[in-house]
Design a protein around this ligand. Structure first.
Ligand code: BES
Ligand code: ZN
Ligand code: ZN
Length: 489
């Protein structure tokens, strides 16, 4: 939870101990210079910034003593455009790197209102740490409590609260996906949803394995039946008065993906606790939307199962039946995400929403194609535009991928309506995943598929506002979609 208290001040406060004063460093005519600020930087004037070790490289931070025991943090501003996303990332770099101070004053000169808000959002988003089950002795808690932003922008309390609500949802998503899979399984995820939605007026419906069988959710059941920890489907509904549009979110919630009988090799299995990111993101997106009170109806479908190999697991060659009546020949049990999503999409379709977005760590192929920062975006033209617009607003990276018609026949099956993979085919893996899902959404419903296998977790070093591990990516895009549908902004 972001416990950072952020205040806006028109003047830089007097220097004091345990406080870092962040001022900007730019390169001009091959020389490093401080950008204009309100703080008294005269003690730095006699120094050559290069000799101090400062750099204009984006997010670099160099600490130098300031008067009264305070510290200057010389922040490289980079050469990129000084736009909202640059500031979001700079904000993240500040709160990630200056945690050992009790207070930070950010004084980057004149910022317009949008840039100030982005900076504040980044400060919250970056102030995150997952300590998991580390013992107390090995945890170094952050001391940072307060950030003062020196700015003339008029920012209201409600704007500050909105940013806090969004960041909290991102933080909870990160916590959920970082939780080890021995603790995070379908039933424990349901518990987390039940406690995490208390008091928000959301309607929660849970299908256990019996109810799943009774209601024909053959995809979720088939994927979950190899595990001693049975699958679940959760529907979360937010239905404010006066809502005109209905957005449905469908999240892949594989709490651990071993591949099932089509077992993954040891190295590829590491990190498969993140395979429930789509569900966690959908869940926290609807929580944020409800807390913000957006006038749009939203339902979130969490398709939860643990994909395990065992004597009760589904086999390659099995034929299963999805909720909408379509049969699927399962040729690879590791392509399980599309099976649970087929059920979730079918159920969402029954409610006739205006837009369905599914969110899934669906294919390794997505990371081969797009790397670790972009989400692959596929689907109907209108939905693509909606998601692209929202992502641009949120400063998140999505890339529109095609669903080439000729790939569809690869999923033709001799014994069922469709197969879940084409054995031996490696070309266009992300797109084939998209093709499969499209079969479960009729053309008259606007639909987008987000393959977040790449950006869901960050196995490298932290950067900008993105920590190591679960990133919480796409949540803010989903909230921006809801905002767009509510005609709010
Ligand atoms: N959960 C994986 C996808 C994944 C891979 C996510 C790497 C994050 C990082 C998914 O269930 C899977 O195993 N997909 C298969 C599909 C294939 C069998 C068609 C894959 O990508 O290999
Ligand atoms: Zn898999
Ligand atoms: Zn998976």
């Amino acid at each position: 939870m972001s416990s950072l208290k952020i205040t806006i001040a028109s003047k830089s406060p007097v220097f004091k101990k345990d406080t870092a004063y962040v001022v900007g460093v730019k390169e001009q005519s091959k020389k490093l210079q401080l950008t204009k600020s309100d703080s008294d930087t005269s003690s730095l004037a006699k120094h050559d910034l290069e000799q101090l070790g400062a750099s204009a490289a984006s997010e670099s931070i160099t600490k130098v003593a300031a008067p009264n025991g305070a510290v200057f943090a010389l922040l490289g501003l980079g050469s990129e455009k000084f736009d909202a996303n640059t500031l979001r990332n700079l904000g993240g770099a500040i709160s990630r790197n200056l945690r050992a101070f009790t207070e930070v004053v950010v004084d980057l000169g004149a910022l317009n209102k949008g840039n100030s808000l982005a900076l504040i959002e980044g400060l919250h988003l970056g102030f995150y740490e997952y300590n998991g089950r580390k013992s107390k002795a090995s945890i170094k808690p952050a001391l940072l409590k307060k950030v003062t932003l020196v700015s003339d922008s008029k920012i209201s309390n409600s704007e500050l609260t909105q940013l806090q609500v969004l960041s909290e949802a991102v933080h909870v998503t990160r916590d959920l996906v970082n939780t080890p899979p021995n603790e995070m399984y379908p039933a424990s995820m349901v518990k987390a949803v039940q406690t995490g939605t208390k008091g928000l007026g959301l309607k929660i419906q849970v299908w256990d394995e019996k109810a799943l069988a009774k209601d024909g959710f053959g995809g979720i059941l088939a994927v979950g039946m190899g595990s001693s920890r049975p699958p679940r489907l959760v529907k979360i509904e937010y239905k404010p008065k006066g809502a005109k549009k209905h957005l449905a979110l469908v999240g892949k919630g594989i709490t651990f993906d071993t591949g099932g009988l089509s077992l993954k090799p040891a190295e590829s299995m590491v990190g498969m606790k993140y395979d429930m990111t789509g569900a966690a993101t959908s869940y926290q997106a609807i929580v944020a939307i409800a807390r913000l009170g957006l006038p749009v109806q939203v339902s979130a479908w969490l398709c939860l199962a643990e994909n395990m190999p065992s004597s009760t697991a589904q086999r390659p060659d099995d034929v299963i039946k999805i909720r909408n009546g379509k049969s699927v020949e399962v040729l690879n049990t590791d392509a399980e995400g599309r099976l649970v999503l087929a059920d979730g999409l079918s159920a969402a379709v029954e409610t006739k929403p205006d837009l369905i977005i599914d969110i899934a760590t669906l294919t390794g192929a997505a990371t081969i194609a797009l790397g670790n920062r972009y989400a692959g975006l596929m689907g109907a033209e209108k939905a693509i535009k909606t998601v692209e617009t929202a992502a641009a607003k949120a400063g998140e990276l999505v890339w529109h991928m095609p669903l080439p018609a000729e790939l569809r026949s690869l999923l033709n099956s001799d014994v069922a309506d469709i197969a879940n993979v084409k054995i031996g085919n490696r070309a266009g893996g992300m797109l084939i995943g998209g093709h499969f899902l499209r079969e479960f959404v009729p053309a008259e419903i606007d639909w987008a598929h987000l393959d977040i296998a790449g950006p869901a977790d960050n196995s490298g070093a932290a950067y900008g506002y993105t920590p190591k591990g679960g990133t919480g990516v796409i949540l803010r895009t989903l909230v921006a979609v809801a905002e767009g549908l509510s005609g709010n902004k």
